[in-house]
Design a protein around this ligand. Structure first.
Ligand code: HEM
Length: 394
Protein backbone atom coordinates (compact mmCIF):
# COMPACT_ATOMS: atom_id res chain seq x y z
CA UNK A 1 0.00 0.00 0.00
CA UNK A 2 1.46 3.35 -1.00
CA UNK A 3 1.99 6.09 1.63
CA UNK A 4 0.74 9.58 0.77
CA UNK A 5 1.23 12.77 2.75
CA UNK A 6 -1.27 15.59 2.55
CA UNK A 7 -2.04 17.99 5.35
CA UNK A 8 -5.85 18.22 5.68
CA UNK A 9 -5.44 21.85 6.73
CA UNK A 10 -3.31 23.01 3.77
CA UNK A 11 -5.20 25.72 1.93
CA UNK A 12 -4.86 24.26 -1.58
CA UNK A 13 -6.30 20.96 -0.30
CA UNK A 14 -9.08 22.64 1.67
CA UNK A 15 -10.09 24.65 -1.39
CA UNK A 16 -10.00 21.62 -3.70
CA UNK A 17 -9.36 18.17 -2.22
CA UNK A 18 -10.33 16.31 -5.39
CA UNK A 19 -6.91 16.27 -7.16
CA UNK A 20 -5.41 14.57 -4.06
CA UNK A 21 -8.22 12.00 -4.02
CA UNK A 22 -7.67 11.35 -7.71
CA UNK A 23 -3.98 10.84 -7.26
CA UNK A 24 -4.60 8.49 -4.32
CA UNK A 25 -7.14 6.45 -6.27
CA UNK A 26 -4.74 5.94 -9.16
CA UNK A 27 -2.37 4.11 -6.77
CA UNK A 28 -4.85 1.31 -6.00
CA UNK A 29 -7.93 0.76 -3.86
CA UNK A 30 -6.14 1.62 -0.58
CA UNK A 31 -3.40 4.06 0.45
CA UNK A 32 -1.99 5.04 3.84
CA UNK A 33 -2.75 8.68 4.55
CA UNK A 34 0.28 9.45 6.70
CA UNK A 35 -1.17 12.62 8.24
CA UNK A 36 -3.91 10.49 9.83
CA UNK A 37 -1.74 7.35 10.00
CA UNK A 38 -4.73 5.58 8.50
CA UNK A 39 -5.35 3.28 5.53
CA UNK A 40 -7.94 5.07 3.39
CA UNK A 41 -9.83 4.45 0.21
CA UNK A 42 -10.97 6.78 -2.55
CA UNK A 43 -12.54 3.92 -4.52
CA UNK A 44 -16.34 3.87 -4.83
CA UNK A 45 -16.41 0.05 -4.86
CA UNK A 46 -14.31 -0.21 -1.69
CA UNK A 47 -16.22 2.53 0.19
CA UNK A 48 -19.51 0.93 -0.73
CA UNK A 49 -18.36 -2.59 0.17
CA UNK A 50 -17.00 -1.59 3.59
CA UNK A 51 -20.04 0.53 4.54
CA UNK A 52 -22.30 -2.47 3.80
CA UNK A 53 -20.10 -5.12 5.42
CA UNK A 54 -21.17 -6.00 8.97
CA UNK A 55 -17.64 -7.14 9.77
CA UNK A 56 -16.83 -3.39 9.89
CA UNK A 57 -18.48 -0.86 12.17
CA UNK A 58 -18.25 2.50 13.92
CA UNK A 59 -17.90 1.25 17.49
CA UNK A 60 -14.36 0.39 18.57
CA UNK A 61 -13.83 -3.32 19.37
CA UNK A 62 -13.86 -3.67 23.16
CA UNK A 63 -10.09 -4.20 23.46
CA UNK A 64 -9.49 -0.92 21.55
CA UNK A 65 -11.99 1.22 23.42
CA UNK A 66 -10.17 4.18 24.97
CA UNK A 67 -11.35 5.96 28.08
CA UNK A 68 -11.45 9.66 27.17
CA UNK A 69 -9.69 12.12 29.49
CA UNK A 70 -11.89 13.35 32.35
CA UNK A 71 -12.14 16.88 30.94
CA UNK A 72 -13.79 15.52 27.75
CA UNK A 73 -16.14 13.18 29.63
CA UNK A 74 -19.30 15.32 29.16
CA UNK A 75 -18.87 15.23 25.38
CA UNK A 76 -18.28 11.48 25.22
CA UNK A 77 -21.09 10.81 27.70
CA UNK A 78 -23.45 12.17 25.05
CA UNK A 79 -21.72 10.27 22.23
CA UNK A 80 -22.08 7.04 24.23
CA UNK A 81 -25.81 7.01 23.47
CA UNK A 82 -25.61 8.16 19.85
CA UNK A 83 -26.87 5.71 17.23
CA UNK A 84 -24.19 7.10 14.93
CA UNK A 85 -21.49 5.77 17.27
CA UNK A 86 -23.11 2.41 18.06
CA UNK A 87 -23.55 -0.96 16.41
CA UNK A 88 -26.38 -3.50 16.77
CA UNK A 89 -28.21 -4.33 18.94
CA UNK A 90 -28.18 -0.83 20.53
CA UNK A 91 -27.98 0.87 17.15
CA UNK A 92 -31.00 -1.06 15.84
CA UNK A 93 -33.08 -0.14 18.88
CA UNK A 94 -32.28 3.60 18.78
CA UNK A 95 -32.60 3.86 15.02
CA UNK A 96 -35.94 2.08 14.86
CA UNK A 97 -37.42 4.32 17.57
CA UNK A 98 -36.33 7.39 15.58
CA UNK A 99 -37.57 5.96 12.30
CA UNK A 100 -40.98 5.27 13.84
CA UNK A 101 -41.27 8.96 14.68
CA UNK A 102 -39.49 10.23 11.54
CA UNK A 103 -42.13 9.02 9.09
CA UNK A 104 -42.32 9.93 5.42
CA UNK A 105 -45.77 11.40 6.11
CA UNK A 106 -44.35 13.74 8.73
CA UNK A 107 -41.48 14.77 6.45
CA UNK A 108 -43.71 15.34 3.42
CA UNK A 109 -46.00 17.48 5.60
CA UNK A 110 -43.11 19.92 6.04
CA UNK A 111 -43.12 20.89 2.33
CA UNK A 112 -45.40 23.94 2.67
CA UNK A 113 -43.35 25.18 5.63
CA UNK A 114 -40.06 24.78 3.75
CA UNK A 115 -41.59 26.70 0.85
CA UNK A 116 -42.93 29.54 3.02
CA UNK A 117 -39.68 29.78 4.96
CA UNK A 118 -37.62 29.93 1.73
CA UNK A 119 -39.76 32.83 0.50
CA UNK A 120 -39.61 34.55 3.88
CA UNK A 121 -35.81 34.38 3.99
CA UNK A 122 -35.51 35.70 0.44
CA UNK A 123 -37.90 38.57 1.28
CA UNK A 124 -35.47 39.68 3.97
CA UNK A 125 -32.32 39.70 1.78
CA UNK A 126 -30.78 43.16 1.45
CA UNK A 127 -31.04 44.24 -2.20
CA UNK A 128 -27.38 45.27 -2.31
CA UNK A 129 -26.25 41.67 -1.88
CA UNK A 130 -25.80 39.18 0.92
CA UNK A 131 -23.92 36.23 2.35
CA UNK A 132 -26.35 33.49 1.36
CA UNK A 133 -24.76 31.06 3.77
CA UNK A 134 -25.76 33.17 6.79
CA UNK A 135 -29.02 34.50 5.45
CA UNK A 136 -30.48 31.48 3.64
CA UNK A 137 -28.53 28.20 3.76
CA UNK A 138 -28.11 28.29 7.55
CA UNK A 139 -31.48 29.42 8.91
CA UNK A 140 -33.57 27.19 6.63
CA UNK A 141 -32.50 23.72 7.87
CA UNK A 142 -32.02 24.90 11.48
CA UNK A 143 -35.54 26.27 11.73
CA UNK A 144 -37.04 23.22 9.99
CA UNK A 145 -35.31 20.67 12.23
CA UNK A 146 -36.21 22.72 15.32
CA UNK A 147 -39.87 22.75 14.26
CA UNK A 148 -39.85 19.04 13.41
CA UNK A 149 -38.45 18.15 16.80
CA UNK A 150 -40.64 20.64 18.56
CA UNK A 151 -37.91 22.91 19.93
CA UNK A 152 -38.78 26.65 19.94
CA UNK A 153 -37.47 28.43 16.86
CA UNK A 154 -36.15 31.19 19.09
CA UNK A 155 -33.51 28.64 20.15
CA UNK A 156 -32.07 28.52 16.60
CA UNK A 157 -29.06 30.79 17.36
CA UNK A 158 -28.16 28.68 20.42
CA UNK A 159 -28.58 25.44 18.50
CA UNK A 160 -26.25 26.75 15.80
CA UNK A 161 -23.67 27.91 18.33
CA UNK A 162 -23.70 24.65 20.31
CA UNK A 163 -23.63 22.49 17.24
CA UNK A 164 -20.80 24.45 15.59
CA UNK A 165 -18.74 24.08 18.76
CA UNK A 166 -19.49 20.36 19.12
CA UNK A 167 -18.58 19.36 15.55
CA UNK A 168 -15.11 20.84 16.09
CA UNK A 169 -14.32 17.59 17.91
CA UNK A 170 -14.22 15.91 14.47
CA UNK A 171 -12.01 18.45 12.73
CA UNK A 172 -8.43 18.02 11.68
CA UNK A 173 -6.06 20.10 13.80
CA UNK A 174 -8.42 20.34 16.77
CA UNK A 175 -6.91 22.32 19.65
CA UNK A 176 -7.36 22.34 23.42
CA UNK A 177 -9.44 25.52 23.06
CA UNK A 178 -11.73 23.80 20.54
CA UNK A 179 -12.14 20.86 22.91
CA UNK A 180 -12.99 23.14 25.83
CA UNK A 181 -15.57 24.96 23.72
CA UNK A 182 -17.09 21.67 22.57
CA UNK A 183 -17.39 20.45 26.16
CA UNK A 184 -18.93 23.75 27.32
CA UNK A 185 -21.41 23.63 24.42
CA UNK A 186 -22.27 20.01 25.23
CA UNK A 187 -23.01 20.92 28.86
CA UNK A 188 -25.26 23.82 27.81
CA UNK A 189 -27.03 21.74 25.16
CA UNK A 190 -27.65 18.84 27.57
CA UNK A 191 -28.88 21.21 30.31
CA UNK A 192 -31.31 22.84 27.88
CA UNK A 193 -32.57 19.50 26.52
CA UNK A 194 -32.97 18.00 30.00
CA UNK A 195 -35.06 20.95 31.16
CA UNK A 196 -37.02 21.09 27.93
CA UNK A 197 -37.82 17.37 27.82
CA UNK A 198 -38.99 17.58 31.46
CA UNK A 199 -41.26 20.50 30.67
CA UNK A 200 -42.60 18.77 27.57
CA UNK A 201 -43.54 15.52 29.32
CA UNK A 202 -46.82 17.09 30.47
CA UNK A 203 -47.34 18.99 27.23
CA UNK A 204 -47.67 16.41 24.41
CA UNK A 205 -47.90 17.75 20.85
CA UNK A 206 -47.59 16.31 17.36
CA UNK A 207 -43.82 16.57 17.16
CA UNK A 208 -40.78 14.31 17.34
CA UNK A 209 -39.92 15.08 20.96
CA UNK A 210 -43.38 13.97 22.06
CA UNK A 211 -42.99 10.74 20.07
CA UNK A 212 -39.55 10.08 21.51
CA UNK A 213 -40.79 10.79 25.06
CA UNK A 214 -43.70 8.41 24.55
CA UNK A 215 -41.34 5.75 23.22
CA UNK A 216 -39.35 6.21 26.42
CA UNK A 217 -42.40 5.94 28.63
CA UNK A 218 -43.70 2.78 26.93
CA UNK A 219 -41.21 0.76 28.92
CA UNK A 220 -37.46 0.74 29.12
CA UNK A 221 -37.07 1.55 25.45
CA UNK A 222 -35.40 4.95 25.56
CA UNK A 223 -33.65 6.17 28.70
CA UNK A 224 -33.56 9.88 29.47
CA UNK A 225 -29.89 10.03 28.44
CA UNK A 226 -30.64 8.25 25.17
CA UNK A 227 -33.53 10.62 24.56
CA UNK A 228 -31.34 13.68 25.12
CA UNK A 229 -28.54 12.37 22.92
CA UNK A 230 -31.00 11.47 20.18
CA UNK A 231 -32.46 14.97 20.20
CA UNK A 232 -28.97 16.51 20.11
CA UNK A 233 -27.92 14.18 17.28
CA UNK A 234 -31.00 15.05 15.24
CA UNK A 235 -30.63 18.77 15.84
CA UNK A 236 -26.91 18.74 14.95
CA UNK A 237 -26.94 16.26 12.07
CA UNK A 238 -30.21 17.82 10.96
CA UNK A 239 -28.65 21.04 9.78
CA UNK A 240 -24.81 21.09 9.55
CA UNK A 241 -24.60 18.98 6.41
CA UNK A 242 -27.69 20.46 4.78
CA UNK A 243 -26.42 24.03 5.27
CA UNK A 244 -23.25 23.20 3.37
CA UNK A 245 -24.97 21.16 0.68
CA UNK A 246 -27.11 24.22 -0.06
CA UNK A 247 -23.99 26.44 -0.01
CA UNK A 248 -21.84 24.15 -2.17
CA UNK A 249 -24.78 23.52 -4.50
CA UNK A 250 -25.62 27.19 -5.08
CA UNK A 251 -21.92 27.89 -5.71
CA UNK A 252 -21.70 25.06 -8.26
CA UNK A 253 -24.89 26.12 -10.02
CA UNK A 254 -23.68 29.71 -10.30
CA UNK A 255 -20.16 28.75 -11.39
CA UNK A 256 -21.32 26.39 -14.10
CA UNK A 257 -24.16 28.64 -15.17
CA UNK A 258 -26.34 25.54 -15.15
CA UNK A 259 -28.86 26.94 -12.72
CA UNK A 260 -31.49 28.35 -14.97
CA UNK A 261 -32.37 25.19 -16.84
CA UNK A 262 -31.98 22.31 -14.40
CA UNK A 263 -34.27 23.39 -11.58
CA UNK A 264 -37.65 22.82 -13.22
CA UNK A 265 -39.91 20.21 -11.60
CA UNK A 266 -39.00 17.36 -14.00
CA UNK A 267 -35.27 17.87 -13.53
CA UNK A 268 -34.91 18.92 -9.93
CA UNK A 269 -34.54 15.38 -8.48
CA UNK A 270 -31.59 14.61 -10.76
CA UNK A 271 -30.07 18.05 -10.12
CA UNK A 272 -30.18 17.57 -6.35
CA UNK A 273 -28.52 14.15 -6.65
CA UNK A 274 -25.80 15.64 -8.85
CA UNK A 275 -25.23 18.46 -6.34
CA UNK A 276 -24.86 15.84 -3.60
CA UNK A 277 -22.50 13.74 -5.71
CA UNK A 278 -20.36 16.55 -7.03
CA UNK A 279 -19.42 18.44 -3.89
CA UNK A 280 -20.69 16.79 -0.69
CA UNK A 281 -20.33 18.41 2.75
CA UNK A 282 -18.89 15.41 4.65
CA UNK A 283 -15.81 13.71 3.27
CA UNK A 284 -14.28 11.20 5.65
CA UNK A 285 -15.84 8.54 7.88
CA UNK A 286 -13.95 5.73 9.56
CA UNK A 287 -14.76 2.12 10.32
CA UNK A 288 -13.19 -0.51 12.58
CA UNK A 289 -12.65 -4.08 11.38
CA UNK A 290 -14.16 -6.67 13.76
CA UNK A 291 -12.71 -9.72 11.99
CA UNK A 292 -10.12 -10.64 9.44
CA UNK A 293 -11.61 -9.34 6.18
CA UNK A 294 -10.19 -9.08 2.69
CA UNK A 295 -11.37 -6.17 0.59
CA UNK A 296 -10.08 -5.71 -2.96
CA UNK A 297 -6.79 -7.42 -2.22
CA UNK A 298 -6.10 -5.85 1.19
CA UNK A 299 -6.49 -7.87 4.37
CA UNK A 300 -7.81 -6.05 7.42
CA UNK A 301 -7.35 -7.54 10.87
CA UNK A 302 -9.58 -7.10 13.91
CA UNK A 303 -8.87 -3.68 15.40
CA UNK A 304 -7.69 -2.10 12.11
CA UNK A 305 -9.31 1.17 11.13
CA UNK A 306 -10.04 2.38 7.62
CA UNK A 307 -10.92 5.83 6.29
CA UNK A 308 -13.71 6.03 3.72
CA UNK A 309 -13.51 9.09 1.48
CA UNK A 310 -17.09 9.74 0.43
CA UNK A 311 -16.24 12.84 -1.62
CA UNK A 312 -13.57 10.86 -3.47
CA UNK A 313 -15.81 7.84 -4.10
CA UNK A 314 -18.33 10.15 -5.77
CA UNK A 315 -15.70 11.10 -8.35
CA UNK A 316 -14.39 7.61 -9.08
CA UNK A 317 -14.17 7.19 -12.88
CA UNK A 318 -14.89 3.46 -12.45
CA UNK A 319 -18.30 4.40 -11.08
CA UNK A 320 -19.10 7.65 -12.90
CA UNK A 321 -18.60 8.79 -16.47
CA UNK A 322 -16.65 12.03 -16.64
CA UNK A 323 -16.90 12.41 -12.83
CA UNK A 324 -15.24 15.83 -12.66
CA UNK A 325 -18.02 17.37 -14.73
CA UNK A 326 -21.09 18.75 -12.96
CA UNK A 327 -23.82 17.28 -15.13
CA UNK A 328 -27.37 17.47 -13.78
CA UNK A 329 -28.59 15.49 -16.78
CA UNK A 330 -26.61 12.36 -15.93
CA UNK A 331 -28.71 9.26 -15.13
CA UNK A 332 -29.50 9.21 -11.41
CA UNK A 333 -27.71 6.50 -9.45
CA UNK A 334 -26.94 6.21 -5.76
CA UNK A 335 -23.92 8.25 -4.69
CA UNK A 336 -22.22 7.91 -1.30
CA UNK A 337 -22.89 11.35 0.20
CA UNK A 338 -25.44 9.93 2.67
CA UNK A 339 -23.32 6.84 3.35
CA UNK A 340 -24.67 3.29 2.87
CA UNK A 341 -25.51 0.23 4.95
CA UNK A 342 -26.95 0.34 8.46
CA UNK A 343 -25.83 3.91 9.24
CA UNK A 344 -27.29 5.33 6.01
CA UNK A 345 -28.42 8.86 6.82
CA UNK A 346 -31.76 8.94 8.65
CA UNK A 347 -32.31 12.50 7.45
CA UNK A 348 -31.74 11.91 3.71
CA UNK A 349 -35.45 12.30 2.76
CA UNK A 350 -35.67 15.56 4.73
CA UNK A 351 -32.41 16.95 3.32
CA UNK A 352 -33.50 16.07 -0.23
CA UNK A 353 -36.90 17.72 0.29
CA UNK A 354 -35.28 20.90 1.60
CA UNK A 355 -32.93 21.09 -1.39
CA UNK A 356 -35.67 20.32 -3.92
CA UNK A 357 -37.90 23.07 -2.59
CA UNK A 358 -35.40 25.76 -1.59
CA UNK A 359 -33.14 25.83 -4.68
CA UNK A 360 -35.82 26.37 -7.35
CA UNK A 361 -37.44 29.09 -5.23
CA UNK A 362 -34.10 30.83 -4.72
CA UNK A 363 -33.26 30.92 -8.43
CA UNK A 364 -36.81 31.77 -9.53
CA UNK A 365 -37.04 34.67 -7.10
CA UNK A 366 -33.54 35.97 -7.92
CA UNK A 367 -33.09 35.48 -11.67
CA UNK A 368 -29.97 37.68 -11.75
CA UNK A 369 -28.23 35.99 -8.82
CA UNK A 370 -24.45 35.96 -9.28
CA UNK A 371 -21.35 35.34 -7.20
CA UNK A 372 -19.67 38.39 -5.66
CA UNK A 373 -16.11 37.14 -5.69
CA UNK A 374 -14.78 33.62 -5.47
CA UNK A 375 -16.19 31.69 -2.50
CA UNK A 376 -13.67 30.01 -0.20
CA UNK A 377 -14.04 26.74 1.66
CA UNK A 378 -13.54 26.84 5.42
CA UNK A 379 -10.53 25.09 6.95
CA UNK A 380 -12.62 22.46 8.76
CA UNK A 381 -11.82 19.09 7.13
CA UNK A 382 -13.45 16.48 7.07
CA UNK A 383 -16.27 18.97 6.67
CA UNK A 384 -16.30 20.60 3.26
CA UNK A 385 -18.31 23.78 3.26
CA UNK A 386 -17.93 27.45 2.46
CA UNK A 387 -16.76 30.23 4.76
CA UNK A 388 -19.30 32.54 3.13
CA UNK A 389 -21.34 32.72 -0.06
CA UNK A 390 -21.42 36.37 -1.04
CA UNK A 391 -23.77 37.11 -3.90
CA UNK A 392 -25.25 39.97 -5.85
CA UNK A 393 -28.98 39.78 -6.28
CA UNK A 394 -29.56 42.00 -9.27
C1 HEM B 1 -27.35 16.89 2.79
C2 HEM B 1 -27.45 16.66 4.08
C3 HEM B 1 -26.90 15.47 4.80
C4 HEM B 1 -25.79 14.69 4.52
C5 HEM B 1 -24.82 14.84 3.35
C6 HEM B 1 -25.73 13.66 5.54
C7 HEM B 1 -24.77 12.65 5.58
C8 HEM B 1 -24.77 11.58 6.47
C9 HEM B 1 -23.85 10.47 6.42
C10 HEM B 1 -22.71 10.29 5.42
C11 HEM B 1 -24.18 9.62 7.44
C12 HEM B 1 -23.53 8.26 7.75
C13 HEM B 1 -22.24 8.35 8.51
C14 HEM B 1 -21.57 7.01 8.61
O1 HEM B 1 -21.98 6.03 7.98
O2 HEM B 1 -20.56 6.89 9.35
C15 HEM B 1 -25.30 10.21 8.14
C16 HEM B 1 -25.91 9.66 9.24
C17 HEM B 1 -26.91 10.27 9.94
N1 HEM B 1 -27.60 11.43 9.58
FE1 HEM B 1 -27.24 12.58 7.97
N2 HEM B 1 -26.76 13.85 6.42
C18 HEM B 1 -27.50 14.93 6.01
C19 HEM B 1 -28.65 15.42 6.61
C20 HEM B 1 -29.22 14.91 7.75
C21 HEM B 1 -30.43 15.39 8.35
C22 HEM B 1 -31.31 16.51 7.79
C23 HEM B 1 -30.63 14.63 9.49
C24 HEM B 1 -31.72 14.67 10.53
C25 HEM B 1 -32.85 15.19 10.42
C26 HEM B 1 -29.56 13.66 9.57
C27 HEM B 1 -29.43 12.73 10.56
C28 HEM B 1 -28.54 11.69 10.53
C29 HEM B 1 -28.48 10.65 11.57
C30 HEM B 1 -29.37 10.56 12.81
C31 HEM B 1 -27.47 9.77 11.19
C32 HEM B 1 -27.01 8.51 11.94
C33 HEM B 1 -27.67 7.29 11.33
C34 HEM B 1 -27.17 5.99 11.92
O3 HEM B 1 -26.10 5.96 12.56
O4 HEM B 1 -27.88 4.98 11.76
N3 HEM B 1 -28.73 13.86 8.49
N4 HEM B 1 -25.66 11.40 7.52
Amino acid sequence: MIHLTQSPTEDAFVQNPYPFYDRARREGPFFRWTDYDLPCTASAAAVNAILRDRRFGREAPSEHAVVPPERLAPFYAVEAHSMLELEPPRHTRLRSIVLRAFTSRRIAALAPEIEALSHGLIDQLPPAGADLLKTFAQPLPVIIIARLLGVPESMAPDLLRWSNAMVKMYMAGRTRAMEDEAVAATRDFVAFMRGYVDARRDDPRDDLITHLIQAEMDGDRLSIDELITTCILLLNAGHEATVHTIGNGVKTLLETDAARNCLDPERIDATVEEILRFDPPLHLFTRWAYDEVEVMGHTFHRGDQVGLLLGAANRDPDAWEDPFRFDPSRPTRANLSFGAGIHFCVGAPLARLELKIALPILFARLPNLSLAGRPRYANVYHFHGLEALNVQLG
